[in-house]
Structure formats: structure tokens, C-alpha cells
Design a protein. Structure first.
Length: 309
């Protein structure tokens, strides 16, 4: 078995782990999975996710390269999916401190597994007050990247290779989730993790083959911290925040999605004024005048010239 490690990263991992508190009495429960790459990781068929006290484990047995043969081109295996969680314990938050990639590579004629990547984003979606629950539901969403790791490896590359491998990488810093108040996953709050995972091989001869014999397993190291939930701070949390995210493309006439571009931003902005004004105006010249005014005041939306393009 080939094991690759990073000595400097190990010291960082030890220091990060020392900052955490004991895990909560109960770990989160997976409420649902939605895959963007069902041929690589299909919920209920070819993947599993397990939240342990100090590890979040992904088993992806169907993760594979596009073809076994290369012809001097890189081959990439990609798994991208979203997991929604419930039963996150009251007065706790968590961060991802490291990731370990495990698998078995069967490679011929110098094919090399040279890169493994893991990107995980925490999404906190909260429903705003909507009297009478009349449509549309109005949701805000906040997001932060928990880990964005690229492990440059050298597995295989000379002749034939048929062995297990294990590669570890650390997060550059601890990015904490929101502080849980016990209401997550109950209807008005959704907590999700979005995963994008890749493995890449190269073939210097053009005649080799490469196969992940058992797919890929990833262990994300989890660190916990006790905290005191503050709803105001919680709803303002995140590296990126989109207010009224669920209705940015909402059409009040037929209750379907419209093609109005929404802007990513931190905190409130003029986008809702722009959308509501367009819904009331009938002529394109009036829309352009409003767009021009908002563009000058905020710099977020497109200019009239770009609208005509």
C-alpha cells in the first residue's frame, strides 16, 4: 500500500485538532442526497455517507475515469452531489480540518494518478417570515467553503501499478459552520454540504490504462466546538450570502421561474427593486432607464448596453 503524507500539514492538523471540544452526544443524520453526476455517485445505489463523531466518510465505489485508455490525454473521475442533514446538536458547530483519500489504482504502461481534489461548501438556507405561507416561499441562503484541498500525487507513473493508496491533505484554516440551535432540518432551516470531488490521471506513453478498482473513499476530519446560538448572527453568517434567493427569478403572474439574472452579494442590495420594477413596467425603454440608474448606484447589475447585447 502506498501512503503519501505531508509532514508540514501533519503539524497543522495536530494544532487544529487541539482547538476542538469533545463531539456532541449525537451526530447529524442524512436527510437526503441529490447527485449532479449519477453515473459516478448515485444516491442509494453507488454511494454512502456516514457522519461519525470525528469523521465524515464518503464511500464512492462507482467513481471512475471516463475511459480506461488515455492516448496521452488526462482522464478525470468526478463526483458532485449535495447532502442535506438534520438533527445537528444544539449549541455546537463544526469545521473540516483535513481529508484522506483512499482507493486502489490499477494502472499500466506508466499511467499515473497525479491529482486528487476535494471541495466542500456548507449551505445554510433559512425561510423568511411569510404570513399565511402564501406563495412564493422566501428563502435566504448563506455559504462558506469548509475545505478546498488539492493533493498533488505521484501514484504509478512507471510501468504497471496495482496497489492500494492513501493520500492526506489539510484545510488551510478552520471554517466554522453556523452555531446550531436545534431547529435545523425541521422545515424553516436547511443545512447542506455540497461536495465536488475529482481524481485525475495522465498517460505519458499514450498506450496505458488506468482504473480505480474500488472507486474512491474520502474521510473528512471533523472538529467540533461548543457555542451559543444567536439567530441574528446565524442568519448573517457566511462568506457569501444571497438574500431572497428563492424568489430572485420568481414571476408573480404565472408562478414560474423567469430568466432574470440574480447577483451574488453580501447583505442587502438593489436587486429586488430592479426585479419588482421590471414586473410593473411594460416598455423596454423604462426598464433600461431603471437598469441604468441601479447600475450607476451599485455597480452590480448590467448596463443597458449589455442588456441589448
Amino acid at each position: 500500500m502506498k501512503t503519501l503524507g505531508f509532514i508540514a500539514g501533519l503539524a497543522l492538523a495536530i494544532s487544529i485538532r487541539a482547538e476542538g471540544d469533545p463531539p456532541p452526544p449525537q451526530t447529524p443524520i442524512v436527510l437526503g442526497l441529490v447527485s449532479d453526476t449519477p453515473n459516478q455517485c448515485s444516491p442509494g445505489q453507488s454511494m454512502s455517507i456516514t457522519f461519525l463523531p470525528d469523521t465524515l466518510r464518503l464511500d464512492l465505489p462507482n467513481m471512475r475515469f471516463g475511459t480506461e485508455g488515455h492516448g496521452r490525454t488526462d482522464e478525470v473521475a468526478v463526483c458532485q452531489f449535495t447532502a442535506e442533514f438534520t438533527d445537528l446538536w444544539y449549541k455546537y458547530r463544526f469545521a473540516i480540518q483535513d481529508v484522506t483519500y483512499k482507493g486502489h489504482l490499477n494502472a499500466t504502461d506508466g499511467v499515473q494518478l497525479y491529482q486528487l481534489k476535494a471541495n466542500t461548501v456548507f449551505r445554510y438556507e433559512n425561510r423568511k417570515l411569510n404570513p399565511g405561507r402564501a406563495p412564493p416561499d422566501v428563502w435566504n441562503v448563506s455559504m462558506s467553503t469548509m475545505i478546498d484541498n488539492t493533493a498533488n500525487t505521484a501514484i504509478g507513473g512507471e510501468g504497471n501499478f496495482d496497489d492500494d493508496f492513501s493520500v492526506s491533505g489539510n484545510s488551510s484554516h478552520l471554517e466554522w459552520s453556523t452555531c446550531m440551535d436545534g431547529g435545523e432540518g425541521t422545515g424553516d432551516v436547511k443545512t447542506k454540504l455540497v461536495f465536488r470531488l475529482t481524481a485525475t490521471t495522465s498517460d505519458k506513453t499514450g498506450n496505458g490504462t488506468g482504473v480505480l478498482a474500488r472507486g474512491l473513499t474520502l474521510d473528512f476530519g471533523i472538529v467540533w466546538e461548543e457555542c451559543y446560538p444567536d439567530r441574528a448572527a446565524k442568519n448573517a453568517w457566511g462568506e457569501t450570502r444571497i438574500d431572497n434567493w428563492s424568489v430572485c427569478t420568481y414571476n408573480n403572474t404565472n408562478q414560474t421561474s423567469g430568466a432574470i439574472t440574480r447577483a451574488l452579494r453580501r447583505g442587502p442590495g438593489p436587486l429586488l427593486l430592479y426585479v419588482s420594477t421590471i414586473s410593473r413596467l411594460g416598455s423596454r425603454s423604462e426598464v433600461k432607464d431603471i437598469s441604468s440608474h441601479i447600475s450607476r448606484s451599485s455597480g452590480i447589475l448590467r448596463s443597458p448596453a449589455s442588456m441589448d447585447a
